[in-house]
Design a protein around this ligand. Structure first.
Ligand code: FAD
Ligand code: NAI
Length: 462
């Protein structure tokens, strides 16, 4: 038993970042993690492995579709799935051991095992009871399924199973056209699977700018993904090697059955709080099963905080990280802050999709007067040279003040380009501020500047 200033439960992007920041601020800190390795969902079964498979499959796609046109001739590579999985595992290992190194460097104790909170100020891990002035819950999330759908992680899988399939399936059904469904659906489509996405709503990636949704779906269709929209999945039935999915079309209630070798259930994630003992402590929860916190990430129980996927807000690694840093600062008596209005979202398909701030639909609903500046990557020299002319940058700015309110990008490196706009928004910049900033040529970022110019007197290259 040891006494700590802070014990953090969970070592995902929320927990490990919080632990390191607490240590940097001079606090004695421990982090409890029940998995074999640190890094949480993100490093072990989320962001990192999915991006490794997206990268490898994108390379294959480039070789198959664009190499010959650039004068790179010859047989395109074939897929060695075992090797691809081992590349993915190696990438995970490099990242998780990196966190272990950072813990040692910052003198963060890793308490190995599953933690619970018998009472405020105490954390039980296995047989050991530890004391802490502050406890920060960063226990993350887990996949949520549907009634009538039984997950076996072999034939009917969540993202976790989809990251380690025995082989590339001939046919895959993806339930849910959200971020996971479209990223992992893209991976398998590029590797040769026939992918059908079944989505409840009429548009992909709910909550995203409607114009981007349409172009995104069209682009994925061109890449070979099929979509059944407006379809409510009723059930799955699986054997050892195949599964059937029954869905009802919302427009006419007609029932349909399709089959595949693998069904990926990607219908959202839910907060993970099992075994923490929150009920006994009387911690207030939201209607959606999240831990309720105030603006300082404090729960209703003094000395207990919560951050990341287990609380309200987008389930994103960088949102969890920012909350981790801010909560550490609160605990250390400083003033941690997260600007929830400027949290970027990125989908790592090809082209990438990225967004920050308001959508056009949100501004219309608010009745706010706004202007739109758009620029297609077809007018960007670098994109044309790199076969990356599909997509556009769209900037939304206040009609009177010209202040940037939001941005939506589909195109090459969208996930990097969006950060220029995030910084601009943090500084309260106008579209003109962006437009007046010199951008190097030839770069994709010139498309951002051109979209900013389009909010004013007009772009040059369109
Ligand atoms: P988590 O990362 O879920 O970590 C929580 C940790 O707490 C886990 O390791 C768990 O074992 C541990 N834990 C829970 N309870 C206890 C307990 N009682 N005792 C001890 N340990 C406990 N987000 C992005 O921003 N970008 C992406 O590209 C991205 N890709 C994703 C791809 C997939 C396939 C998935 C599933 C998610 C992806 N996400 C992505 C979401 C991202 O992974 C999460 O938002 C992020 O991991 C949340 O961080 P967290 O620290 O809140 O929780
Ligand atoms: P999601 O919420 O993004 O999408 C779920 C989709 O499933 C929605 O489109 C929804 O309408 C649909 N759906 C729900 N019930 C259905 C039914 N019965 N039949 C058909 N469709 C149905 O959830 P997803 O993709 O599982 O991702 C979970 C979380 O992980 C997200 O919140 C996301 O933020 C995070 N994530 C982030 C990534 C990134 O930042 N690049 C990558 C992967 C995940």
């Amino acid at each position: 038993m040891a006494n700590y200033d802070v014990i953090i439960i969970g070592s995902g992007p929320g927990g490990y970042v919080c632990a390191i920041r607490c240590a940097q601020l001079g606090l004695k800190v421990a982090c409890v993690e029940g998995r074999e390795t640190l890094g949480g969902t993100c490093l072990n079964v989320g962001c990192i492995p999915s991006k490794a498979l997206l990268h490898a499959s994108h390379m294959l796609h480039e070789a198959e579709h664009n190499f010959a046109a650039m004068g790179l001739k010859g047989k395109s590579p074939s897929v060695d799935w075992k090797q691809m999985l081992s590349y993915k595992e190696k990438t995970i290992g490099q990242n998780t051991s990196g966190i272990e190194f950072l813990f040692k460097k910052n003198k963060v104790d890793w308490l190995k095992g599953w933690g619970s909170i018998p009472e405020a100020g105490k954390v039980q891990v296995g047989d050991e009871l530890h004391e802490a002035k502050n406890i920060i819950i960063a226990s993350g999330s887990e996949p949520s399924s549907l009634p009538g759908v039984e997950i076996d992680e072999k034939v009917v899988v969540t993202s976790t199973g989809a990251l380690e399939l025995g082989k590339v399936p001939k046919k895959m059904i993806v339930i849910g056209a959200g971020v996971i469904g479209l990223e992992l659906g893209s991976v398998y489509a590029r590797l040769g699977s026939e992918v059908t996405v079944v989505e409840f709503l009429d548009a992909v990636t709910p909550g995203m700018d409607a114009e981007i949704q349409k172009v995104f779906q069209r682009t994925l269709k061109k890449q070979g993904l099929s979509f059944v929209m407006g379809a409510a999945v009723q059930k799955t039935e699986a054997t050892k090697t195949k599964a059937k999915v029954t869905y009802k079309l919302r427009k006419d209630e007609s029932e349909h059955v399709i089959d595949a070798d693998v069904v990926l259930v990607a219908t959202g994630r839910k907060p993970y709080t099992d075994g923490l003992g929150l009920e006994g402590l009387g911690v207030t929860m939201t209607k959606r099963g999240q831990i309720a916190v105030n603006a300082k990430w404090e729960t209703n129980v003094p000395g207990i905080y919560a951050i990341g996927d287990v609380i309200e807000g987008p389930m994103l690694a960088h949102k969890a990280e920012d909350e981790g840093m801010a909560a550490a600062e609160q605990v250390a008596g400083k003033h941690g802050h997260v600007n929830y209005g400027v949290i970027p979202g990125v989908i790592y398909t090809h082209p990438e999709v990225a967004n920050v701030g308001a959508t056009e639909e949100m501004l219309k609903e608010e009745g706010r007067a706004y202007k739109v500046g758009k620029f297609s990557f077809m007018g960007n020299g670098r994109a044309k040279a790199n076969f990356a002319g599909d997509g556009f940058v769209k900037i939304l700015a206040d009609k009177t003040s010209d202040r940037i309110l939001g941005a939506h990008i589909i195109g090459p490196a969208a996930g990097d380009l969006i950060h220029e706009i995030c910084v601009a928004m943090e500084f309260g910049a106008s579209a003109e501020d962006l437009a007046m900033t010199c951008h190097a040529h030839p770069t994709y970022s010139e498309a951002v500047r051109e979209a900013a110019l389009a909010c004013g007197d007009g772009p040059i290259h369109m």
